[in-house]
Design a protein around this ligand. Structure first.
Ligand SMILES: Nc1ccn([C@@H]2O[C@H](COP(=O)(O)OP(=O)(O)OP(=O)(O)O)[C@@H](O)[C@H]2O)c(=O)n1
Ligand SMILES: C[C@](O)(CO)[C@H](O)COP(=O)(O)O
Length: 242
């Protein structure tokens, strides 16, 4: 391991309610391989990643251990919490012995098509930044509504859609969550991701954005499974690197 380690945390603690399958969506297969396996494999293959921690939905640890089996960088599979931020907190507890300058990338297990370029750029950015996010421009016009009324139309050119991974120096994300836990309003209204926790509780910390990819989709709704199958159908095409 390099003196400053980089850990990938695969957040797989959800149940996939919006997808509506019988079990957690991360155990469903796309292109013949479980979504969770694809996410783990991407980080296992990345030379910048030293180790991987999988945070799995309660009651499904054995399935996650099976999925992680072939990947030597996986050093732990732990149980997730009730919300995404609870699952991150559990990962931070599991990493409590690591020094503050260690790096951590949090990745949605539900994004099976994260690529080597994105992972490399996130880790490289953490050499000079405390926090990094992955984002793509919006092809839709995005509006703010109150009830059924449009109240704001932010200029689209400055809008981005966040993806994962989201990366941090460990000391930064620890401090952000310490402050969040001290806020009585946090549990009732948690940010939707880890960058949101840093943005709200450490507003002075810049979050550097690196370009994501249109393929790095989050499998959320049933239509996303159809798109995912299409993406995987190219894997074995002549000339494909996969
Ligand atoms: N308690 C939770 C909830 C979510 N996640 C993870 O966070 C990622 C993004 O969340 P999302 O797409 O919302 O997944 P689910 O919570 O499973 O989906 P849904 O909201 O439709 O139930 C997923 O990889 C999910 O497993 C997690 O680790 N712990
Ligand atoms: C982290 C994230 O994927 C960035 O777009 C998103 O915020 C997760 O939201 P979800 O509702 O937990 O899917």
């Amino acid at each position: 391991m390099s003196p400053v380690t980089t850990t990938a945390v695969i957040l797989a603690g959800g149940t996939g309610r919006r997808l509506g399958l019988e079990g957690p969506k991360q155990l469903a297969a796309v292109g013949g391989r479980p979504i969770l396996t694809r996410a783990i494999a991407a980080f296992d293959a990345a030379p910048q990643i030293d180790d991987i921690l999988v945070v799995m939905a309660p009651g499904h640890l054995a399935a996650a251990e099976l999925a992680a089996g072939p990947y030597p960088k996986v050093t732990g599979v732990i149980t997730g919490g009730a919300s995404r931020t609870d699952s991150t907190l559990r990962a931070l507890s599991a990493l409590e012995s690591r020094p503050g300058d260690a790096r951590v990338l949090f990745h949605d297990a539900a994004r099976p098509f994260v690529d080597a370029r994105i992972i490399a750029e996130c880790v490289a950015t953490l050499e000079r930044a405390e926090a990094v996010a992955v984002a793509v421009p919006s092809s839709d016009t995005v509006v703010v509504v109150e009830g059924d009324r449009v109240v704001e139309m932010p200029p689209r050119g400055s809008l981005r859609r966040f993806q994962t991974p989201q990366g941090f120096r460990l000391a930064t994300i620890r401090t952000a969550y310490e402050r969040a836990l001290a806020d009585p309003g946090f549990a009732a209204n948690p940010p939707t991701d880890d960058c949101g926790v840093v943005h709200r509780y450490l507003p002075g910390v810049p979050i550097t954005v690196v370009p994501g990819s249109e393929q790095n989709i989050k499998i959320t709704h049933p239509v996303d499974l159809i798109v995912a199958e299409q993406i995987t159908s190219r894997e074995n095409a002549p000339g494909s690197a996969d």
